[in-house]
Write a protein that binds this ligand. Structure first.
Ligand SMILES: C=C(OP(=O)(O)O)C(=O)O
Ligand SMILES: [Mg+2]
Length: 426
């Protein structure tokens, strides 16, 4: 007899992301009639060790950025392998795709094709079980709402201003609940907009919805954010600051070249700069403070700067790279991006490895996003306590935050905001 969870059909399509570039969406249908749909994000400051995003390269369509080959792979190569499988056995579904691809970085079928199906499959199974995705993936105990890390000031590859640090985020860890945290974040965001306007600076926004003014230094950017926090009526003991330097983008021949400001630094000088920022300002977390190839630098940074140090390009959600980091005491936190690795199974494995080693994990969006909200559910399911999803403005970003508000409402009294506890662990 056929189980209701049996996969009956899989369908892929090209949709647009928040930058107006094509990305992959998949639909997985089960014998019981349940359908799961998911679309995948896309990065701009991508790590060189990420799983492969398959692009068509045909310059006559979307300047070569089309994903018709990945879509075709879903319809013609993934679907024959998965049809008939039990969607509730996510690990087997994901392993079947990993095997069908046969490469380390998923370059044959494309990590974008594989991830779309992996997520859509989980959604179909959750629908068939009549439970929300966070409950399906996380079980009865899933109830922790993450602290949002909201990128309110953009630089680097995400903006065309003169700021080299990619993201300046606010972290409302002192709020009593997720929806209050979000309200605090929105108030600071709008206050920052007004302050920039008053200073005659641009309030144009970058890819993730944060402002992208031409500020003269990292210190000036942080001062302006602190002013916004305080003007909005909060203290830095309630709302902290997090940075994503995205330093791999600066790294050339063993040296850091900050091209927008035309500065050069060796590893030691950059560590000193980050240490000074962490000493002087209420900074809770620095992501990719050094480059993904600078392992010895990372070990030094971790010894010298006693805050959360997050590996994004460094680990690329990959357990092999994370294992090396743990051994070498490089970083103490991992950024988790589903499309860096390409399946839900491997994503959860990376979170689990981090947790066992005492590393924190932060679920993250990409700079190119869609309306898909899977990462919000994943953050609650895995109970990571932190999620980074851009500014609290722009539908591609607020979709995730709004999803978390709905989850918090559905959990009612059972909901627990990760809050201060998250940073006490460090
Ligand atoms: C979200 C990020 O940017 P992108 O998606 O461009 O890699 C990041 O670097 O953390
Ligand atoms: Mg990053």
């Amino acid at each position: 007899m056929k189980s209701g969870f049996e996969i009956s059909s899989i369908y892929g399509r090209e949709v647009l992301d928040s930058r107006g570039n094509p990305t992959v969406e998949a639909e997985v249908k089960l014998v019981c009639g349940a359908v799961g749909k998911a679309s995948v994000p896309s990065g701009a400051s991508t790590g060189i060790f990420e799983a492969h995003e398959l692009r068509d390269g045909d310059e006559t369509r979307f300047e070569g950025k089309g994903v018709l080959n990945a879509v075709r792979n879903i319809d013609e190569k993934i679907s024959p392998v998965l049809i008939g499988m039990d969607a509730s056995k996510q690990v087997l579904v994901d392993h079947a795709m990993i095997e069908a691809d046969g490469t380390k970085n998923k370059e044959v079928l494309g990590a974008n094709a594989i991830l779309a199906v992996s997520l859509a499959n989980a959604r179909a199974a959750a629908t068939a079980m009549q439970v929300p995705l966070y409950r399906y993936l996380g079980g009865a105990m899933a109830r922790v709402l993450p602290v949002p890390m909201m990128n309110i000031l953009n630089g680097g590859k995400h903006a065309s201003n003169i700021v080299d640090i990619q993201e300046f985020m606010i972290v409302p860890f002192g709020a009593p609940s997720f929806h209050e945290a979000l309200r605090w974040g929105v108030e600071v965001y709008h206050t920052l907009g007004k302050l920039l306007k008053k200073q005659g600076l641009s309030t144009a926004v970058g890819d993730e919805g944060g402002f992208a003014p031409d500020l003269e230094s990292d210190e000036a950017a942080i001062h302006t954010i602190i002013e916004a926090i305080e003007t909005a009526g909060y203290t830095t003991d309630e709302i902290g600051i997090a940075l994503d330097a995205a330093a791999s983008e600066w790294y050339t021949d063993g040296e850091y070249i900050l091209s927008k400001r035309k500065q050069r630094m060796d590893t030691g000088a950059l560590i000193d700069h980050l240490k000074k920022l962490a000493d002087e300002f209420p900074i809770l977390s620095i992501e990719d403070g050094l480059a993904d190839r600078d392992w010895t630098g990372w070990t030094r940074l971790t010894q010298e700067v006693p805050i959360q140090l997050v590996g994004d390009d460094l680990f690329v959600t990959n357990t092999q790279r994370l294992e090396k980091g743990i051994k070498e005491h490089a970083a103490n936190s991992i950024l988790i991006k589903v499309n860096q690795i390409g399946t839900l199974t491997e994503t959860f494995e990376a979170i689990e490895m981090a947790r066992s080693a005492g590393y924190t994990a932060i679920i993250s969006h990409r700079s190119g996003e869609t309306e898909d909200t899977s990462i919000a559910d994943i953050a609650v399911a895995a109970g990571t306590g932190q999620l980074k999803a851009g500014a609290p403005a722009r539908t591609d970003r607020t979709a995730k935050y709004n999803r978390l508000m709905r989850i918090e409402e559905a959990l009612g009294d059972a909901a627990m905001y990760a809050g201060r506890e998250t940073f006490k662990r460090l």
